[in-house]
Write a protein that binds this ligand. Structure first.
Ligand code: KG4
Ligand code: ZN
Length: 353
């Protein structure tokens, strides 16, 4: 089966073809038009998706070396995301499916991230044998879930304020690192001292009210922002600049430590023998190595997507559609065109699909 996946939920315009269960192409264009604004401007994102969608989809089909009519299914992100941005990919995909007379599959972007560690390309792929704990960390979401083989999952924790990616981006912005700051902090942190300053680890065993936070799987990152701001106000700019790498390493370790501690605790509580980490922040080298060490220590198998599939991409959308069809979660013969896009994850969970 050849599946075309389309992703436009935020600032990546992407199209991919999955053929015979393997990624045949995955074309991603990351929008540069937001750099001067320090964050994604929704209307600009939608317009940029509109400008690029046709050529990106054509490139994905060409690279996969198939004809349009060889596509069996068209899938696209239906949410959550910036609603205007989602609309561009969703409407385009439905229009294309309708024109080609092929079934359309709406995909939940967060679910696609959850299953992205199992995208299959030439490098082959592994999958956990039983239930596993998934940490999904992106610019918009921080979720801990227990995932079952039938693709059902239970969210056991989430952020109560900022997402993990947002924590990287917003503290990085204060440090003058531009947008998105996550990858820049990652790079700088490699030469910095994570013990330079101890920023807060909220809702963990290391926080002041530690006892009450045992088995609490929610996250909070807004205090970290305040703490970075307070530190910057208390030190002169030159000193901060001299210690930029140390600050980056200290911020990164505060975020990573919380993510690792909670994910391992959740896996142990739920007796899961595997953990998967996905979403843009799973590209973070500090998180990758700390999670690997913690998993090794506890005899837990770790699944993390290849870097190309950590940040937003359409290969994960096509893969999710394929899993939904294969595991009976979606009947392609329903031919459900006219899917309403959704902006928020909870709205989707409550019945949009
Ligand atoms: O999954 P994603 O591409 O888009 C959303 O669905 O949000 O995630 C983007 C987020 C941004 O906040 C970005 O700063 C962060 O992922 N990110 C990183 C790294 N690469 C991307 N954060 C830390 N370290 C990285 N290497
Ligand atoms: Zn995403």
């Amino acid at each position: 089966m050849n599946i075309l996946g389309i992703e436009t939920s935020c600032d990546e315009t992407s199209a991919a073809v999955l053929g015979g269960g393997k990624v045949l192409s995955n074309v991603v264009s990351s929008q540069r038009c937001h750099t001067d604004f320090g964050g994604v401007v929704p209307e600009l994102a939608s317009r940029e998706h509109e400008r690029l969608i046709v050529s990106i989809v054509e490139a994905a089909i060409t690279e996969a070396n198939i004809a349009k009519n060889d596509l069996d299914v068209i899938a696209a992100t239906a949410g959550p995301g910036l609603i205007g941005a989602v609309m561009v990919g969703l409407c385009f995909a439905e229009g294309l499916a309708w024109a080609l007379g092929k079934p359309f599959v709406p995909v939940n972007h967060v679910e696609a991230h959850i299953f992205s560690p199992f995208i299959s390309d030439e490098a082959g792929h592994r999958e956990p044998k039983g239930d596993f704990v998934s940490l999904t960390v992106s610019g918009g979401h921080t979720l801990l879930s227990v995932v079952r083989q039938d693709l059902s999952y239970e969210v056991i924790g989430r952020t109560i304020d900022d997402a993990a990616g947002e924590a990287f981006d917003k503290t990085g912005k204060m440090l003058g690192l531009g947008y998105p700051a996550g990858p820049v902090i990652d790079k700088l942190a490699r030469d910095g001292d994570p013990a330079f300053h101890r920023f807060p680890r909220a809702l963990t065993s290391g926080s002041q009210t530690s006892k009450s936070y045992k088995n609490n799987f929610d996250f909070s990152f807004s205090g970290l922002k305040t703490s970075v701001r307070t530190w910057l106000e208390g030190h002169d700019a030159e000193y901060a600049q001299e210690h930029l790498a140390d600050l980056a390493a200290s911020v990164q370790s505060a975020i990573v430590e919380v993510l690792v501690e909670k994910t391992i605790a959740a896996a142990r509580l739920h007796q899961a023998s595997a953990i998967s980490v996905a979403g843009g922040v799973s590209a973070n080298s500090g998180l990758r190595s700390a999670m690997q060490s913690a998993c090794d220590k506890h005899g837990i198998e770790l699944f993390i997507p290849a870097l190309a599939y950590s940040t937003d991409n359409a290969a994960m959308i096509a893969t999710m559609a394929s899993l939904m069809i294969e595991r009976g979660k979606y009947r392609v013969e329903l031919n459900s065109y006219g899917v309403a896009p959704f902006a928020r994850f909870d709205a989707a969970r409550k019945g949009a699909r």
